[in-house]
Design a protein around this ligand. Structure first.
Ligand code: 5GP
Length: 141
């Protein structure tokens, strides 16, 4: 398996070298909006530890990521009146992974509404800013 590349785009976001629409942060985890959401509120939850995917992350860091994803999922039900939540996570190119820093997709769903295809459309910055604010408020409140 290839080793972790510290120049991947999510590593740059974690180091603050690139911006993101932050939803949640603690000492082990950062969550921010996907800029090409498959539904409104589509959030990516990452460990701060430099893990490529599920094959090289420690059990402890993985536990923190899934716990944070649960926080985001519960907040999304409130903030977006979601009827359900889809969690996705891809490993290596053959597994559908495009960005090689582990992340869980938390995707709020409405009954009867299909997800957009992956990476199909970049959302407007003002919409992303508003959605991040709503989700962050639902997590802290
Ligand atoms: P995956 O690696 O799980 O297949 O997909 C990577 C995800 O990252 C995609 O859903 C894509 O829309 C998202 N993505 C790609 N580049 C960026 C970026 O610069 N910022 C954010 N927030 N999301 C990104």
């Amino acid at each position: 398996m290839p080793s972790y590349d510290p120049n991947n785009i999510f590593a740059k976001i974690l180091r603050g070298e690139l911006p993101c629409y932050k939803v949640y942060e603690d000492d082990k985890v950062l969550a921010f909006l996907d800029i090409m959401p498959r539904s409104p509120g589509h959030t990516l939850v990452l460990p701060k530890a430099p893990a490529r995917n599920i094959l090289d992350i420690s059990a402890d860091d993985l536990a923190h990521v899934i716990t944070a994803a649960q926080k985001v999922a519960k907040a999304a039900v409130k903030a977006f009146s979601a009827d359900g939540i889809t969690i996705q996570q891809f490993n290596e190119g053959a597994g559908g992974q495009v960005v090689f820093h582990l992340h869980l997709h938390v995707i709020p769903r409405k009954a009867g509404v299909a997800m957009k295809p992956p990476a199909s459309e970049k959302e407007k910055p003002d919409v992303l800013a508003e959605h991040a604010k709503k989700l962050a408020a639902a997590i802290s409140g």
